[in-house]
Ligand binder design. Structure first.
Ligand SMILES: Cc1cc2nc3c(=O)[nH]c(=O)nc-3n(C[C@H](O)[C@H](O)[C@H](O)COP(=O)(O)OP(=O)(O)OC[C@H]3O[C@@H](n4cnc5c(N)ncnc54)[C@H](O)[C@@H]3O)c2cc1C
Length: 472
């Protein structure tokens, strides 16, 4: 088999890249994934998952996800719709079909890339066991570098005694009816989802124990609403710039951001350090705050029949308790690597909180630039955050990169019109007083903020790999 590009991974990143590339260049692309369907981690998502961000700026560039509707009821009321896991899977299925319909893209699910062979890249058909040799004329695209670890497929980092009732969050709806007592394990958005699902299902908050090794910072979803509400996103960005320009250290920076409504934490009296770039609504926050039995004794070491042993102590448990595993990492914390390399593209975050936009941008840049150094200048890697210490580097790098795009009319034009750009409706709203104020605040503070945030960045702008972060 021959192809111009071999994309390894048919998740959101691989598909968004392939979609943008074939839109812009007359090339042949083969996408392989070892999962049985396109969509990456969404294929194994828990039943009650939804996008945490609006559908309006998620997916691939050429196909809308949802109808840009504003929800009228429920915890997302007043905000743009968020697709369910099933809707996301159906969407990526439709994306794969559309791509194949171009006649220039093959999507091979149940196919695993196993490395380089003598006749080219080796791909194994997981159903037949046969190997294919794929001759790649241009590049291998690594769309699995940040591959997500999700509860259904990960192995917990602790031992669980066989008699303990322990399920991945995927099995919670099926198992919940058989018990009246729950222990949710995990600090992130998945654990919030599990707790919220239980509460919505009528479980008494006092019947839920929450083992939360770290306190997390979350974004307030109402500040990430696009289209008609884009003014709120830009107001938020301008508040980030103001806080960044004035901050004296990272703790004080987060105090400012929390006071400005940019960040929330479930327990404001607890010190928060974790930050994975996830969002909550005020209703979700209010609901999960009703759970009072929070265990903060570090990570779980093992669960025995009658006790949970943690890094800094232990608590009792029993055979009646259903333990719900929400400890999977989510997106991998892979170190930064150049995105465009000789014969290879390694998809990573460029602009923060915009995973599919970034993959599509890489597709556009690959189609329109020759030189890898030039492509890397436009798409410097910006590792996904793990903790609040990563916020200064991540945000200042986004702002510096966005400035570079403005100097390139084709890139700036693509960014302005992309449905994956959360700010795309901004030009339609610049006349609004709120947006004008935000623009003034942003323009006043963004330069000093970039300087200040680079000083607060523990890696001195270099990122985990030591790649140079500073520059024009
Ligand atoms: C639970 C969860 C919810 C999220 N929600 C949002 C959200 O609401 N909004 C948002 O903007 N971002 C969200 N994200 C962030 C995330 O970037 C995107 O949602 C996105 O789906 C990640 O896609 P991906 O293609 O990078 O990775 P994945 O979905 O992990 O896909 C990588 C694929 O590579 C395949 N693969 C790996 N190795 C091989 C191999 N050797 N051969 C063949 N195939 C291989 C895997 O099978 C996998 O399907 C979420 C992340 C998680 C974990």
């Amino acid at each position: 088999m021959e192809t111009d590009y071999l994309v390894v991974g048919a998740g959101a990143s691989g598909l968004a890249f392939a979609d943008a590339l074939v839109e812009e260049a007359d090339v042949e692309v083969t996408v392989v994934d070892r999962r049985p369907a396109p969509g990456g981690h969404w294929v194994d998502a828990y039943p009650f998952i939804r996008l945490h961000s609006p559908s309006a700026y998620y997916g691939v560039n050429s196909l809308a996800l949802g109808e840009d509707r504003i929800d009228e009821a429920g915890e997302n009321a007043g905000c743009y719709e968020r697709a369910t896991g099933a809707e996301v899977r159906a969407y990526f299925g439709a994306v794969a079909e559309r791509l194949e319909g171009t006649g220039r893209v093959r999507v091979l699910t149940d196919h695993e890339h196993v490395g380089r062979g003598e006749g080219g890249e080796r791909v194994r058909d997981l159903r037949s066991g046969e190997h294919l040799d794929v001759a790649v004329r241009r590049k291998v695209v690594d769309a699995r570098y940040l591959e997500a670890s999700v509860p259904a497929t990960h192995t917990p980092g602790f031992d669980v005694a066989p008699e303990v009732r322990f399920v991945p969050v995927n099995e919670l709806p099926a198992a919940a009816g058989s018990t009246a007592s729950f222990t949710v394990l995990g600090s992130g958005k998945t654990a919030v989802d599990a707790c919220f699902w239980l509460l919505e299902d009528g479980v008494d908050p006092d019947a839920i124990r929450w083992v939360r090794p770290r306190e997390a910072w979350f974004h307030d979803r109402s500040q990430f609403q696009p289209l008609e509400q884009v003014g709120a996103i830009f107001t938020g960005i301008s508040l980030d710039a103001e806080a960044g320009a004035r901050a004296t250290d990272i703790d004080e920076l987060f105090e400012r951001l929390e006071a400005a409504g940019r960040f929330v934490r479930i327990d404001p009296s607890a010190t928060a350090s974790m930050y994975r770039g996830t969002m909550l609504s005020s209703r979700e926050l209010a609901a999960v705050r009703r759970i009072q039995d929070v265990v903060r004794l570090g990570r779980v070491r093992r669960i025995e029949r009658d006790r949970i042993v943690l890094e800094a102590g232990e608590v009792g448990t029993s055979a009646d308790v259903l333990h719900v595993d929400c400890t999977a990492l989510g997106l991998r914390d892979a170190p930064a690597a150049p995105i465009f390399q000789d014969g290879r593209i390694v998809l990573q975050q460029v602009r923060h909180l915009s995973p599919t936009f970034n993959a599509a941008l890489a597709g556009f840049v690959e189609a329109h630039r020759e030189d890898d150094a030039d492509k890397n200048r436009l798409c410097p890697p910006n590792p996904h955050p793990m903790s609040m210490d990563d916020w200064p580097r991540m945000v200042s790098r986004t702002w510096r990169t966005e400035r570079r795009w403005l100097g390139e009319p084709d890139v700036a034009g693509w960014v302005a019109s992309s449905r994956l750009n959360l700010l795309r409706a901004l030009p339609d709203h610049v006349g609004e007083p709120e947006v004008r104020t935000a623009l003034e605040r942003y323009l006043t503070h963004v330069g000093p903020a970039i300087e200040r945030l680079q000083q607060l960045d523990g890696s001195n702008g270099a990122g985990a790999s030591g790649l140079p972060g500073r520059g024009p």
